[in-house]
Design a binder for this molecule. Structure first.
Ligand SMILES: O=C(O)[C@H]1O[C@H](OP(=O)(O)OP(=O)(O)OC[C@H]2O[C@@H](n3ccc(=O)[nH]c3=O)[C@H](O)[C@@H]2O)[C@H](O)[C@@H](O)[C@@H]1O
Length: 437
């Protein structure tokens, strides 16, 4: 009451409306008025706080214009029918088969690896967040393909630890093929946080679930040739330094290798990193040069071919996807079991890193010449200086370690591989299908 009175007293009588009167009626009205004002004031503060909380809260629905968070939307999963589909997809159907959780299953390499595993009778369950880094309709088409092969894809994010843990509760996966990632070298300058989100936080979320699973699975995952960064000694060997990345993408893949080492060391998880060298082929990624060069050559659009200083060649050790798939399956088949149980290490576990390349780098201008011949269209070329956007001048894999330990032997040259890609591209995008996004 005292507070109330003093509040009223502080209002100068000159403002008339609240001038103190002796009448008890007027006095009561004033008290009522003041309470109403206070109520309005505090309600406003309360609503403002609620608004600020929801607007800034990380658990609110992601804003579509913030692509680093586009994969945090909620998905429908769970229930007896869902669990049945998960179990059935992961069921091993051959002697000595393995049961594999493939993350990024609707991605380029993920689709090929999942199909190959399923074909030989392994149990395969896919996990993919279907984000829109590139045309999601291509991911949906791969999804349909996998569906026909009997691979079920759970729609969700590797950062959703509750979902990932649930998958390990429903299925005792023997292996994880971890391919979910934010790929692409140049896009890291546009959307750096998406790389941290998928390649670092997502990896940790997945490894946390793996370490606590019983039994712990063996994990094979995709690192990248980009970890060799600015190295000039060729061919790149697994023994070479990897401490001078040229892009944030490369840095997150390098960080992933160190994180993997930690989980191997502390929890006894069996971990194998595969450093992929510029993988290409049917069902590929529209953000990669061979893919959008094909689209632009067909449209008559000028393509930019990067060139290093002093007319230096920019080259890549382009590797055909079927060769990569063989390398992935060999890595899964030779992976030793993890040694931990109940989240505790019981003994030393396997830790491996392999280059999976083609061992014959091709200049980007030669790649364009091959495409011109296959498409029977001359490209409108513009040679420009290699932009400072994370691209390195060349890559070249030394694959002797993978050859020795995995029996890895790439057998598709760029001409043959691109021919298969172009045949797929023309088939996929003709007949009423949309142009590649
Ligand atoms: O080897 C790898 O680990 C990496 O391979 C590719 O990265 P990148 O080799 O840069 O592949 P593209 O983006 O398809 O570029 C191929 C070549 O074309 C060149 N390029 C690209 C774009 C362009 O407009 N013009 C052009 O000449 C690039 O400099 C590069 O030499 C993938 O995009 C990465 O996700 C992967 O990790």
């Amino acid at each position: 009451m005292l507070k109330h009175a003093s509040y009223l007293d502080s209002i100068p009588p000159a403002q008339g409306k609240f001038k103190m009167e002796k009448s008890p009626y007027v006095h009561n009205r004033l008290r009522w008025h003041s309470s109403l004002m206070k109520l309005t004031f505090w309600s406003f503060i309360f609503l403002a706080l609620i608004f600020i909380f929801f607007y800034r809260s990380p658990s609110s629905n992601p804003l579509p214009q913030d692509p680093s968070r586009r994969s945090l939307r909620t998905y429908n999963w769970g229930g007896p029918a869902w669990e049945k589909r998960v179990r059935s997809s992961a069921r091993i159907r051959s002697r000595d088969g393995i049961s594999v959780l493939v993350t990024g299953a609707a991605g380029f390499v993920g689709t090929h690896v999942s199909t190959a595993l399923k074909r030989r009778g392994d149990g395969v369950l896919g996990l993919d967040n279907f984000n829109d880094y590139y045309d999601p309709s291509l991911k949906r088409a791969r999804h349909a393909l996998l569906d026909r092969s009997g691979v079920f894809i759970v729609e969700g994010d590797i950062n959703d630890s509750i979902l990932v843990r649930k998958l390990f509760e429903v299925v005792a996966f023997t292996h994880v093929m971890h391919l979910a990632a934010q790929a692409g070298v140049r896009y890291a300058m546009e959307n750096p946080s998406s790389y941290v989100h998928s390649n670092i936080a997502g990896l940790v979320s997945l490894l946390e679930a793996c370490k606590s699973a019983n039994p712990q699975p063996a994990i094979v995952w995709a690192s990248s040739s980009s970890v060799y960064g600015l190295n000039s000694k060729v061919p790149f060997s697994e023994k070479d330094r990897t401490d001078q990345p040229a892009s944030l993408y490369a840095a997150t893949k390098k960080a992933g290798e160190e994180i993997a080492h930690t989980y191997n060391h502390i929890y006894g998880l069996s971990l194998t990193a595969l450093r992929f060298f510029t993988v290409y082929g049917p069902w590929g990624r529209p953000d990669m040069a061979y893919f959008f060069f094909t689209r632009d050559i067909l449209k008559g659009k000028t393509i930019s071919i990067f060139e290093a200083a002093n007319h230096g060649t920019v080259a890549r050790d382009f590797t055909y996807v079927d060769d990569i798939v063989k390398g992935c399956l060999a890595a899964l088949d030779t992976a030793e079991k993890s040694t931990g149980t109940g989240g505790k290490k019981k003994g030393p576990a396997q830790f491996r890193i392999y280059n999976l390349g083609n061992t014959s780098p091709v200049p980007v201008s030669d790649l364009v010449s091959i495409l011109e011949r296959l498409l029977k269209v001359n490209a409108k070329r513009k040679v420009i200086k290699l932009p400072q956007n994370g691209d390195v001048r060349f890559t070249h894999a030394n694959i002797s370690l993978a050859q020795r330990e995995l029996g890895y032997k790439p057998s598709t040259d760029l001409q043959t591989g691109l021919k298969k890609f172009v045949r797929w591209y023309l088939g996929y995008y003709s007949g009423g299908k949309k142009a590649a996004g």
